[in-house]
Design a protein around this ligand. Structure first.
Ligand SMILES: NC(=O)c1ccc[n+]([C@@H]2O[C@H](COP(=O)([O-])OP(=O)(O)OC[C@H]3O[C@@H](n4cnc5c(N)ncnc54)[C@H](OP(=O)(O)O)[C@@H]3O)[C@@H](O)[C@H]2O)c1
Length: 211
């Protein structure tokens, strides 16, 4: 199947490499076309560079918005009419960086990026918050762990989105575990109790309080 990845920076490139290694076909797009082209060349035949963000989504079954929170709304508005019926995966933490590299939240404490993004998406798009619960470095090093796979948590309100994001999580070399609906997605973000954890399925289920 085909997944569009919009944003080929630190996290988007890590997600692209992992999905391609699992066999996913990728359509890449970024503000800087050189970054998308360099990544596509590294990945090989499984990745093509799209003409722009809208072109990336055309023909894709799912889209990963690997973007900083402050540009997400603009990109969602740009591609909104192509999102109907598609899985939209968002890993964004609600953070921004100042000129000195200091991170700060752009949303009030207690409000997650998932809750805000759910309001921005058009009707018919199926949202799953996933792939942002670990640093890009940890995400790559923890993938395809053996003998017990590491877990990647996700949150969604949509059962079909859950099935589809589970497929992508497995492609990327992890075991998917649902933390709950979008109202639980803050647990995956920087500062959340499930952020930057590398755990197996049994420990993951006990952490989220499931069976
Ligand atoms: N990096 C991590 O370890 C990590 C871990 C967990 C979650 N996350 C989350 O993942 C998101 C991305 O983080 P990152 O570290 O990958 O950021 P990043 O390195 O800055 O990458 C963001 C990418 O988005 C591109 N971009 C910006 N505006 C765009 C637009 N209008 N259309 C298409 N592409 C656009 C940027 O291109 P230009 O460079 O040309 O601007 C860049 O390639 C953030 O929300 C972050 O909170 C990151």
């Amino acid at each position: 199947m085909t997944t569009a990845i919009i944003g080929t920076g630190g996290l988007g490139s890590a997600i692209a490499r992992q999905l391609a290694s699992g066999g996913e076909i990728l359509r890449l797009s970024s503000a800087d076309p050189v970054s998308a082209r360099t990544l596509a060349a590294e990945i090989g035949h499984a990745a093509v560079v799209a003409a722009d963000n809208r072109d990336a989504v055309q023909g894709a079954d799912a889209v990963v918005l690997a973007l900083r929170f402050i540009v997400l709304k603009g990109v969602i508005d740009e591609i909104a009419d192509s999102l109907t019926g598609k899985l939209v995966v968002v890993p964004s933490n609600p953070l921004t960086t100042d000129a000195h590299g200091n991170l700060s939240r752009v949303l009030p404490e207690g409000q997650s990026s998932g809750e805000v993004v759910a309001e921005w998406l058009p009707a018919g798009a199926r949202l799953a918050m996933a792939f942002g619960s670990m640093s890009a470095k940890l995400f790559e090093s923890a993938s395809n762990r053996s003998p017990e796979p590491a877990v990647l948590f996700y949150a969604t309100d949509d059962d079909r989105a859950g099935e589809e994001v589970e497929r992508l999580i497995r492609m990327a070399g992890f075991e998917p575990v649902k933390v709950g609906g979008i109202d639980q997605s803050g647990r995956l973000e920087v500062g959340g109790d499930l952020h930057d954890l590398v755990v197996g399925p049994a420990e993951a289920r006990s952490l989220i309080g499931g069976p």
